[in-house]
Write a protein that binds this ligand. Structure first.
Ligand SMILES: [Zn+2]
Length: 247
């Protein structure tokens, strides 16, 4: 492993333009269950994701999504970015990372201080009333869900946070392709690369692909320059040390 950490650190310092794609695995140590995992809230709280995140069901009756949102904010009250999130933010500050694309909706990259981030599946940081078009921010969404249990707009319409529902296009895909094409180093952290279209991004990149994940991914090993299988936070801590970057 030491040798792999050194190789990763060397790749980071010698690359011209580095981007990162992150998935659920970067947030699990923050206490966020992989939603679809065994202890995920889809299972333990018995949400049916097909219904909760279906735009037609939502427009007809948003109560399942609002219940999910209440649980989401309760669970996330004490949430802090992980060492891996902090590592990526420090890399950006040091000029060693240029862009993050994430499949997560938890906002933890922003919380860690990262600036150049595309949230492919959206986030709760913004939202909009489907009737009057009023734009809302995270503070409004949080306050409204905790005080009323719903996201009803004063106009009587329903507010939809900018989370990508099933059947909706992911956010920032064109920009993500541009970033992937620009990169000579493409890092994948905590994604099993099974969910498209995000999983296609390392495929289109002409750069070297480094995967840091607990367990194998769907990405072909023949196209992988380096694969580090293990605890993400630990690998990020050790790589930060190798780069003399304080976390
Ligand atoms: Zn409204």
């Amino acid at each position: 492993m030491d040798e792999h950490i050194k190789t990763l650190a060397d790749l980071m310092t010698t690359s011209r333009y580095t981007v990162a794609l992150t998935g659920a695995g970067i947030s699990t140590s923050a206490g966020i269950p992989d939603f679809r995992g065994e202890r995920g809230i889809y299972i333990t709280r018995q949400y049916d994701p097909e219904k909760t995140f279906d735009i037609t069901s939502f427009q007809r009756d948003p109560s399942s999504f609002y219940a999910f949102t209440r649980d989401f904010f309760n669970q996330f009250k004490t949430l802090q970015p992980t060492p891996a999130h902090r590592f990526l933010a420090r890399l950006e500050e040091a000029g060693l990372l240029h862009f993050i694309m994430t499949q997560n909706i938890d906002g933890l990259h922003h919380a860690a201080g990262s600036k150049q981030v595309i949230e492919l599946h959206g986030s709760y940081r913004t939202g909009r009333c489907l009737s009057c078009g009023a734009e809302r921010d995270l503070a409004w969404i949080k306050e409204r869900i905790s005080s009323t249990g719903s996201l009803e707009c004063p106009c009587g319409g329903i507010t939809k946070p900018d989370i990508v529902f099933f059947g909706e296009p992911v956010h920032g895909m064109e920009a993500s392709y541009r970033e992937a094409l620009k990169a000579d180093l493409f890092l994948v952290l905590g994604s099993s690369l099974t969910v498209t279209p995000a999983a296609l991004l390392p495929e289109v990149s002409r750069g070297k692909v480094v995967i840091v994940n607990k367990g194998l991914t769907a990405f072909p090993s023949s196209k992988t320059t380096l694969f580090l299988d293990g605890d993400l936070d630990e690998i990020c801590r050790r790589t930060a040390r190798a780069l003399s970057i304080p976390l």
